[in-house]
Design a protein around this ligand. Sequence first.
Ligand code: FES
Length: 89
Amino acid sequence: MSKGFIKVADTNDVQPSNMKAYNLAGERVCIVNIEGNYFAIGNVCTHLGGPLDEGTLEGYDVECPWHGSKFDVRTGNPKASSATASSIV
Ligand code: FES
């Protein structure tokens, strides 16, 4: 394992165009697979705590299942609504 990286899953655990939440150091992290590229953002929506892994994925955007905030998985930044940036792991 390289310094600075922590393994949370095997690549086969998250199929393309899917996402899955894992526990990492006391936080919920959403791992997203887009065409074989993996991204990690905080799984708890910064609006009111919705589980982002249960939302929908469209392009590089994850939409929260509770009120529709969207986050760019490449940056963790919100794209719509009143949510603030999601932490990137
Ligand atoms: S909890 Fe995610 S948009 Fe409200």
